[in-house]
Design a protein around this ligand. Structure first.
Ligand code: GLV
Ligand code: MN
Ligand code: MN
Length: 410
């Protein structure tokens, strides 16, 4: 047992607060969209900290960064831990950043305590976890795990038409390391919960056993631009009006069971002029569920609704699936290592299923994986007011250290 080894609480908090300055928003959050100059600044800061900790840094062809601390037996596959540094447009200080800083803090603690692990340890930073600027969400960890091709990731375009590949080059992080194709001994990701369960139950640590499946669509509704005055109501083909029925339906379908989620978070309306009947509306749908059958049910429901609205309102409606992954079940051995860490450290803990997507969901496809959650205030995330208690972040990081040591071997 290694429960006597503790991370440096002040150093962890200091790194988090330093990183939060890059892209800081007036409301106390962070806007550090993937592959922007702010993302470059965050990466540069991270890389310089890794180098100062004596880690060897490599960058792969989709911009994922790995910072390696050698083990006694470097022929063994590394134990890896990390998360992402990109944020939502109205993001907080902890989503993603905590997992990267916690893994770095584990490496720094090993250095300080002169701990040699049997297997090497790597700190990972995955590109574009958020999926806010480029689809698919968790794209670069997905490429690492073989769920997406590198070409597909590099070709993705943002709403301004800029490609992922060009943006990656522009910030100087188009690396030369191959994307994936190597074995990992285990992967652990620490993250804030982003929901209210831990806080409501008075637990400090969530032992994450899996994550909801997700299916996303890009929906395009086509009608016809028309003058808002002379065009009688019964002669209109109003794309936005049609879309409004589908948005209602997404929410109705998701409310039918407790474990379903349905969100329309992005909408583009054209020509978006006050006195023009909108001719084209595009929007996203994000469905999540504990079961594939639940995702299928919501897909069937929204397709049926689209057909009905299309027939009734003379609109052409197209649904294009952009993201799919089934509900994920983490590795029993890694989950047990997290639980054992929480027990050794005397943390109140509970098993929990992640409602959010994480890079760990993709990595679970190619390596034994688990996650560690810590509470966040009011369960609020993807919001600038996102907040977490320093002592909870420290507890989660100490649990991470224990789980890494168990798998890396001393
Ligand atoms: C990632 O942030 C997600 O959408 O769950
Ligand atoms: Mn995240
Ligand atoms: Mn997020």
């Amino acid at each position: 047992m290694s429960a006597e080894i503790r991370i440096d609480a002040g150093r962890l908090w200091g790194s988090l607060m330093e990183m939060a300055k890059i892209g800081a928003t007036p409301k106390g959050g962070v806007k550090r969209l993937t592959l922007t100059d702010l993302d470059r600044q965050g990466r540069d800061q991270f890389v310089s900290w890794c180098q100062a900790a004596g880690l060897s840094v490599s960058v792969d062809g989709v911009g994922n960064i790995f910072a390696r601390r050698a083990g006694r037996n470097n022929a063994l596959p590394p134990i890896v831990s990390g998360s992402h540094l990109d944020t939502q447009p109205s993001g907080g200080r902890f989503d993603g950043c905590y997992g990267v800083m916690a893994a770095l803090e584990v490496a720094r603690t090993f250095n300080e305590r002169g701990i040699e692990t049997e297997a090497p340890f790597e700190v990972a930073m995955w590109t574009n976890e958020e999926g806010s600027r480029f689809l698919p969400v968790m794209g670069a960890s997905g490429a690492f795990a073989g769920a997406h091709t590198v070409e597909e990731i590099l070709a993705a375009r943002d709403l301004d038409g800029v490609s992922f590949g060009d943006a990656l080059h522009a910030i100087g992080y188009a690396g030369t390391a191959p994307v994936g194709g190597r074995r990992l001994g285990a992967y652990f990701e620490a993250h804030i919960e982003q929901g209210p369960l831990l806080e409501n139950t008075g637990n400090t640590v969530g032992v994450v056993t899996g994550a909801l499946g997700q299916r996303w669509f890009e929906v395009t509704v086509r009608g016809m631009d028309a003058h808002a005055g002379p065009t009688p109501m019964h002669l209109r083909r109003d794309a936005l009006y049609g879309a409004s029925f589908l948005i209602q339906e997404v929410n109705r379908l998701a409310k039918l069971t407790e474990h379903s989620r349905g969100t329309v978070g992005m909408i583009l309306n054209r020509p978006n002029s006050r006195n023009v009947v909108p001719g084209e509306t595009q929007f996203s749908i994000d469905f999540r569920d504990t079961e594939v059958a639940g995702l299928d049910r919501m897909e069937q429901g929204i397709r049926a609704a689209a057909k009905k609205i299309s027939d009734e309102q003379g609109l052409a409606i197209e649904l294009r699936q952009t993201v799919f992954f089934p509900p994920c079940h983490f590795d029993a051995g890694c989950v047990a290592a997290v639980r054992a860490g929480a027990q050794q450290l005397g943390c109140r803990h509970m098993d929990i299923v992640s409602g959010a997507g994480h890079d760990a969901v993709h990595i679970a496809g190619v390596a034994p994986t688990a996650m560690i959650f810590v509470p966040c205030e009011g369960g609020i995330s993807h919001n600038e007011i996102e907040n977490a208690k320093p002592e909870d972040l420290v507890a989660g990081c100490n649990v991470l250290l224990q789980a890494v040591l168990e798998k890396a071997g001393r």
